[in-house]
Design a protein around this ligand. Sequence first.
Ligand code: ADP
Ligand code: MG
Length: 262
Amino acid sequence: MALLEVRNLTITYRGQAQAAVKQLDFSIEAGETLALVGESGSGKTTTGYAVLGLLPAEAIVTADRLEFEGRDIRHFNQAELGRLRGGRIGMIFQDALSALNPLMTVGAQIAEAVRLHHRVGRKEAKFRALALLRQVRIPMADERYASYPHQLSGGMRQRVVIAMALAGNPALLIADEPTTALDVTIQAQIIRLLAALQQETGTAILLITHDLGVVAELADRVAVLRNGECLETQPAARLYQQPQHAYTRQLLNARSVAGGQL
Ligand SMILES: Nc1ncnc2c1ncn2[C@@H]1O[C@H](COP(=O)(O)OP(=O)(O)O)[C@@H](O)[C@H]1O
Ligand SMILES: [Mg+2]
């Protein structure tokens, strides 16, 4: 059984002429990384939200299967969804600044995430939060624990967001444009960090990005989306060597024009 199984997923926002996601099929095995790649507006975030049960009421979802760990996500009640999000499924979104509370130290925020998903006391939560800060390779974790988000660089803030996403010991991490807001050198560091964390924790990753340059080091397989449709799904190495679709070749060329940083 795959960890995540999506079959014939179609999502239409009420009032829109075209579906945002059309008859999408994909699955993710435990420990695997699948990249969803496509231009802005191709339906990537909508797909990620569907997996988390986070779509707004105006989104109409149909699917033959939408299952996480063998259970239909559409049948989860609010309490179960609450446990799923940040629990079995960790979330990393693009903008680390807006994901963090500006009035709380980063350590306290990670500790809070720990306590949301584990029955532990304050002391144990702090202990685990410190371990998470070290795990995401934040230097001087003990001092950084008491920092506020604005005192950290963009890359360090994104590491804090990743630490929070790991706090619930997820089986799947959904990373939606995790590096888009960052400088190119920092982007590469965050991708390498995600690869290292995957090795250490065994978590699967759904990597959502518009940038094929970002997926090379991390993805096992790549699904190319355009206008809500999946054009091809290939093992990453094969996609780079033998793209099947003209559009995929375009994306690959766009990457080398942009510098092909990875
Ligand atoms: N809340 C919404 N209401 C109506 N349309 C939306 C909403 N969110 C996204 N869309 C539309 O759905 C399509 C896919 O959007 P999105 O999933 O955000 O794409 P991506 O993440 O690939 O940039 C776009 O055409 C977008 O305008
Ligand atoms: Mg998006």
